[in-house]
Design a protein around this ligand. Sequence first.
Ligand SMILES: CC(C)(COP(=O)(O)OP(=O)(O)OC[C@H]1O[C@@H](n2cnc3c(N)ncnc32)[C@H](O)[C@@H]1OP(=O)(O)O)[C@@H](O)C(=O)NCCC(=O)NCCS
Length: 433
Amino acid sequence: MSNTQEYVQWFRAAAPYIKAHRKKTMVMMVSDEVIYSDRFIGVVHDIALLNHLGIKLVILLGSRSRIDKHLAANQMEPRFHNNVRITDSETMPLVVQAINEVKTYFESQLSMGLPNTPMSGSEISMIGGNFVIGMPLGVIDGIDMQHSGRVRVIKHEAIKDLLALNHVVLLSNLGYSRTGEVFNLPTEELAAEVACALKADKLVFVQREPADANRRASTLSTSQCEELLAQADTPEDLKHMLQLAILAIQEQVKRVHIIDQQVDGGLLLELFSRDGYGIMVTNLFYEGSRAANIDDIGGILSLIEPLEASGVLVVRSREQMELEIRHFQVIEKDGMIIACIACIPDSTDGIAEVACLAVHDEYRRAGLGNELLQVAESQALKNGISRLYTLTTRSSHWFIEHGFSENRDFNLPAGKRASYNAERGSKILTKSI
Ligand SMILES: CC(C)(COP(=O)(O)OP(=O)(O)OC[C@H]1O[C@@H](n2cnc3c(N)ncnc32)[C@H](O)[C@@H]1OP(=O)(O)O)[C@@H](O)C(=O)NCCC(=O)NCCS
């Protein structure tokens, strides 16, 4: 394939994702190891690109390694309890210094207009503020965590107002108390809490090292995350992320992504390619099918168009789809329709046509076709249907394996007979339910 064709193909493949992510809210935590690495300029471009594609971005910056560096320069040992830093009065000024240093560097990089790059001249308006009210973590297991804090309130309405105006919101992990004190909040936890407060569509962790390179480009449900948490060989860093991911998904964040920057553009691959790049945690895929609505027509048409073009499915116009959409069931993954079925009742006879069954070729042989057929059958039963029929040229065996049988004597309902194209030579199969 020539470079031009590859480019065109890539661009077409990315288009549904671009559409799906537009106007969605994404909370992204970038570790300071990424910020001070040679991969950072790529991340800056990608953030600019996401902003220009209409994604509402809230960014939080990690500062753990920067804080450790400052402590080491001052001959101080970092102290942690349960993986949370203990911030005492001696270390607090260094913590604040490190956090502000990371923030200033980040802002400067995003303000430079990205000369000589694809995003050259792009202006990003970034706004920060006192959106996080903190309170002390207190004494845990007899250890006073001092200036280490936790979230008390996130001013999510104020953040939403800024996002609606297309500003990127930059949050520091310093939380201010009602009494004027300053607390050091763990950034990963804060990112998860912000995503929950905003009911964000995505929570993204961008880090330098892979949490688990073996699991790249994988999708996990929260119950699979629980299983990984119970396994002794799951890396500790990954366990921490998975715990936060479970919490976020339970609080209605739709998807959590854990991405490393080992590959330039890992973030874009994760968000705009079908295979993804990092680890995605979601329960949406596992919720199975749902009734389609008018907004799904575009997605269904993209799914079935290649099958119509190759003659596997009968061509359906958008108008016909609009009339029939209430009879469709779909399965969605990451904002894309990956499978559909229609079960269209006939007005007279207690019979219905099973039509337009399609599973995206990358998701076949996983039982989705079977699942959709079962849903269609139970819906049909509820609607007083006792017999199903289908017309198929290439999938008769699939239907036979699902209880249909060929029926040459079957009289197609009058409406269907009128539109029946004998030249297709479709087989007619029926099933009593
Ligand atoms: C037919 C189709 C919907 C099945 O979807 P699916 O999610 O892969 O189905 P399931 O996972 O429930 O079943 C997969 C099994 O069916 C088999 N199968 C798939 N298509 C088949 C066909 N045309 N004939 C016979 N068997 C078929 C697979 O080989 C697999 O069996 P195996 O894993 O034991 O080898 C899917 O292949 C498809 O979209 N095909 C193109 C559109 C089409 O033909 N639609 C039907 C006309 S209305």
